[in-house]
Design a protein. Structure first.
Length: 171
């Protein structure tokens, strides 16, 4: 499960590329992206720069993934413009996160990433970049977290290994 924003600092495009490599190694892998859609359609193409959005998140999936791979991925991306700042109810997010084997966060810099705290409180281990600098570092251990290399191919091997050996992790 990936819960993020489509801004460049969140590195959600890197998450897409990692998932592509992981699906190549494990075609039965299922992935959920929960990424609210902050685009303002009246602004047209200017919305990406104005809202600090990484356009590649919206453009890349159809060219990156095959139709078969897309069946393994859920994109939950409700319009903030149409449905408000929190278009997905907190209990729905918590249910999805609690049912996930892992929560993936590929960003390098976070203050105190709420998604890590939420995942751990729900008993869901985390996958993070080894370059992550955040206020949650002291809470991540080898039993509740796995560091996933920023290189998509190397990271996919680590991701698939963690999913295959899920019994190694406990929160």
């Amino acid at each position: 499960c990936i819960i993020s924003r489509p801004s460049p600092i969140k590195r959600v495009v890197e998450s897409l590329r990692l998932v592509k490599q992981a699906l190549t190694r494990n075609p039965s892998l299922r992935v959920s992206f929960v990424v609210p859609d902050y685009r303002k359609f009246a602004d047209g193409d200017r919305t990406y720069e104005a809202e600090n959005l990484d356009r590649r998140f919206y453009d890349l999936p159809m060219s990156l993934f095959s139709a078969t791979e897309l069946r393994q991925i859920s994109f939950i991306s409700s319009s903030v413009e149409s449905f408000g700042r929190f278009p997905i109810a907190q209990d729905v997010l918590q249910h999805l996160l609690a049912r996930s084997k892992f929560m993936l966060l590929t960003s390098h810099s976070e203050g105190t990433p709420r998604v890590i705290a939420e995942a751990l409180m729900l008993g869901t281990p985390c996958m993070v970049s080894p370059a992550l600098r955040s206020g949650m570092g002291g809470y991540l251990t080898s039993t509740n977290c796995v560091c996933i290399d920023d290189d998509a191919e190397k990271g996919a091997v680590q991701l698939c290994d963690a999913v295959s050996n899920y019994d190694r992790y406990a929160v």
